[in-house]
Design a protein around this ligand. Structure first.
Ligand code: IPM
Ligand code: MG
Length: 368
């Protein structure tokens, strides 16, 4: 049988250097665990625009559709700020999400004990935090029509449309309930049903799916603004949060910062099962391309490495190997190793991107 396939789209900025550390782990799995993948690589974002005049070629899109999982680094950079909207690096990522129909974006916010003092919130508020934001990723105001900048009378008007079908809400709600059953069995759904019709429908459909299919899961509803407030007040009250595309974008950045560093957080974007039973899937760190530190060995590879761990768990049924990686990350942090983004007042041993990856591999070796 052919090995499962992974398409690597390292992208721009720090994307390629953090992905280098993931490749070390992929080689380690092959050498030490006999787990082999067929790896392919292609371009996405600004580097693809530079080479082909588009942030994602049709050929790369087709390869992504065929892969068992896609690993993405990061896209974008100031160099591309002036480009037309249609060819901006971000459009490459949005096209992947939309055409692969990756409707459920899983964004865990987990606070590693060694980093609890790093958060801008007090230690007891964040220590042990382990929540999961499920963000709807293929609809809502990101994709709704009409959109554009139009002229009305003698002035311009910018328009975007928030639009959700019942089916779109129900399927992401199911993803959240399924996940909750494997965790703390609680879901909090967030919208603005007090202001938006799409929010009223969101609340109704989530409740209906719950009552019909998941009565065993504890469900609550919150307005998204109150949710943001509660996330900073006492985040440990949450287990799984399910929300729409735009609120999920905001709330997941907020949740990320609770854990101390954006450089730590992975994500998985999942769609419907393919013929082989695996979900369509793309894994990427939550952080961006950080062009200001690119190429200097300063980037934290942990978010990208943990994203690969999510791939092992959700695409390849290798939860044990995923846990091994997660424990290795915990170990090196407890040992005081710190990339530049993690250097706080309490100090630690400064390490480069590559040295952090090597230390994680050494910890994995020690776990055998
Ligand atoms: C994210 C990012 C993207 C988004 C951008 C890069 C298009 O902020 O993944 O959260 O807005 O979805
Ligand atoms: Mg975002």
């Amino acid at each position: 049988m052919a090995n499962p396939s992974i398409l690597i789209l390292a992208g721009d900025g720090i994307g390629p250097e953090v992905m280098e550390e993931v490749k070390k782990i992929i080689r380690w799995l092959d050498a030490r665990r006999g787990i082999a993948f067929d790896l392919g690589e292609d371009l996405v974002g600004g580097c693809s625009y530079d080479a082909h005049g588009t942030p994602l070629t049709d050929a790369a899109m087709a390869r992504a559709q065929e892969a068992d999982a896609v690993l993405l680094g990061a896209v974008g950079g100031p160099k591309y700020d002036a480009l037309d909207f249609s060819v901006k690096p971000e459009r490459g990522l949005l096209r992947l999400r939309k055409e692969m129909d990756l409707f459920a974006n899983l964004r865990p916010a987990q606070c590693f004990d060694a980093l609890a003092d790093f958060s801008s919130l007090k230690r007891d508020v964040v220590a042990g935090l382990d929540i999961m934001i499920v963000r709807e990723l293929t609809s809502g105001v990101y994709f709704g029509e009409p959109r554009g900048i139009f002229t009305e009378g003698n002035e311009r008007v910018g328009i975007n449309t928030q639009r959700y079908t019942e089916g779109e809400i129900a399927r992401v709600a199911r993803s959240a309930f399924d996940l909750a059953r494997k965790r703390g069995n609680r879901v909090c759904s967030m919208e603005k049903a007090n202001v938006m019709e799409s929010g009223v429908l969101w609340r109704q459909v989530v409740q209906e799916v719950h009552d019909r299919e998941y009565p065993d899961v504890e469900l609550s509803h919150m307005y998204a603004d109150a949710g943001a407030m509660q996330l900073t007040r006492w985040p440990k009250q949450f287990d799984v949060i399910v929300t729409d595309n735009l609120f999920g974008d905001l709330l997941s950045d907020l949740a990320a910062m609770l854990t101390g560093s954006l450089g730590m957080l992975p994500s998985a974007s999942l769609g419907a099962p393919m013929a082989n039973g695996r979900p369509k899937a793309l894994y990427e760190p939550v952080h961006g391309s950080a062009p200001d530190i690119a190429g200097q060995g300063k980037a934290n590879p942990i978010a990208c490495i943990l994203s690969f761990a999510m791939a092992l768990r959700y695409s390849f049924d290798l939860g044990d190997e995923a846990s091994r990686i997660e424990r290795a990350v915990e170990k090196v942090l407890a040992d005081g190793l710190r990339t530049a983004d993690l250097m706080g007042p309490e100090g630690g041993t400064p390490v480069s991107t590559g040295a952090m990856g090597d230390a994680i591999i050494a910890a994995m070796d020690a776990s055998l």
